[in-house]
Write a protein that binds this ligand. Structure first.
Ligand SMILES: Cc1cc2nc3c(=O)[nH]c(=O)nc-3n(C[C@H](O)[C@H](O)[C@H](O)COP(=O)(O)OP(=O)(O)OC[C@H]3O[C@@H](n4cnc5c(N)ncnc54)[C@H](O)[C@@H]3O)c2cc1C
Length: 325
């Protein structure tokens, strides 16, 4: 039986998340290389925009407008719709490595009895089985895993691949919601935006990161200034977060967010292995550090050895000059 891959997409502020676009690209490639098919699922209070966006990556998208999914915990509703599609022939479900994506995977694992391959950083077919790569030990090693049988659930990390639109947009099929979640869904009483979470680190093309070397919360003024000048988003090392200088939402690394920007610029970050786990997929890495032996120098495309309080302001001034501002 040819595989049928389902992407359970996520929506943020009415738009398809970057991670979902990446997973859709992965699924389309896996479908093409197996002679199978791929489709997407969008479940949201207002799914139209995200469904149209997802159709740029997949030939078929099922769009479910569900007020309940917006008012209650999303995953039980999304999982119910995904199970319906599993009943219609889906063999592999792909969701994001996010709180909601993990919940969907767990719920479907219970409902369908399919195995879960977690934290994929890549996937390919081998002898008809889906084999998933996952980074372990903070990116020092990669495992390759599969589950026996024709069906599986996979959670995919951010940055597993670049999102690439298809030539022709796919068809969007609008469906009525099932009405009942897979398991009783908690009702959300209140939503409070996490401080510092307004700009998405994972979606950013430019990330400017401050570490312990910035010396205190006031040091992040320079990091924020550079991020703003470059049109990027501020990130941080765990040392800076643990010190209380910046919210956890900004942390990059093994126990923080995974970023894969076109440009990663760090100030006063040593480049510990747990930090690298969250940024080693960056396309270009520029690091400013006064220690020539800092490990970040091993992975930097441009390693600026100097005091960040001299180099940073000089860089900001140069950007302003070149912009004529
Ligand atoms: C289980 C586990 C999970 C972890 N998860 C994460 C994670 O998700 N993310 C993460 O970041 N870390 C994580 N860590 C912590 C990690 O091991 C490091 O301790 C941390 O990344 C160090 O942060 P830092 O580079 O800001 O600080 P430091 O290692 O102290 O480095 C500061 C750097 O700033 C430089 N510096 C100081 N002053 C200046 C100056 N004026 N100008 C220029 N350079 C200067 C120094 O030379 C130094 O290289 C984890 C650790 C463990 C054990």
């Amino acid at each position: 039986m040819a595989p049928m891959l389902l992407v359970v997409a996520e929506v943020a502020d009415g738009q398809l998340t970057k991670l979902s676009a990446e997973i859709a690209t992965l699924a389309a490639g896996l479908a093409a290389s197996s002679g199978g098919s791929a489709l997407g699922l969008v479940v949201d209070g207002a799914p139209d925009t995200a469904a149209a966006e997802l159709a740029a990556y997949l030939p078929r998208v099922v769009s479910v407008s569900s007020a309940a999914a917006a008012d209650e915990a999303w995953a039980p509703h999304a999982a119910a719709e995904a199970r319906r599609l599993a009943d219609e022939g889906v063999t592999h479900v792909l969701a994001g490595v996010t709180n909601d994506g993990r919940d969907v995977a767990g719920l479907l694992c219970g409902a369908l009895g399919w195995g879960v391959l977690a934290n994929a950083s890549g996937a390919a077919w081998a002898d008809g089985q889906l084999v998933v790569e996952a980074m372990v030990l903070a990116g020092k090693a990669i495992t390759r895993s599969t589950v026996d049988g024709p069906a599986a659930i996979v959670t995919v990390r951010s940055g597993a691949m670049d999102a690439a639109e298809r030539g022709t947009p796919g068809a969007v099929e609008v469906r009525e919601p099932l009405g009942a979640p897979l398991v009783p869904a908690p009702r959300v009483l209140d939503r409070v935006a996490e401080a510092g979470a307004e700009a998405s680190l994972e979606e950013a093309k430019i990330v400017v990161v401050g570490g312990r070397g910035v010396g205190g919360p006031e040091g992040f003024a320079l990091v924020d200034e550079l991020a703003s000048l470059l049109g990027g988003v501020t990130g941080a090392s765990r040392a800076a977060v643990d010190a209380g200088w910046i919210p956890y939402a900004r942390q990059i690394g093994q126990t923080g967010k995974v970023v894969r920007p076109a440009l990663y610029l760090s100030l006063g970050v040593s480049g510990a292995m747990q930090h690298r786990a969250g940024m080693q997929g960056s396309q270009t890495v520029i690091a400013i550090n006064r220690d020539p032996d800092a490990p970040v120098g091993e992975i930097a495309d441009l390693f600026v050895i100097g005091d960040l309080f001299e180099v940073g302001p000089a860089l900001a001034a140069e950007i302003r000059t070149r912009r004529g501002a």
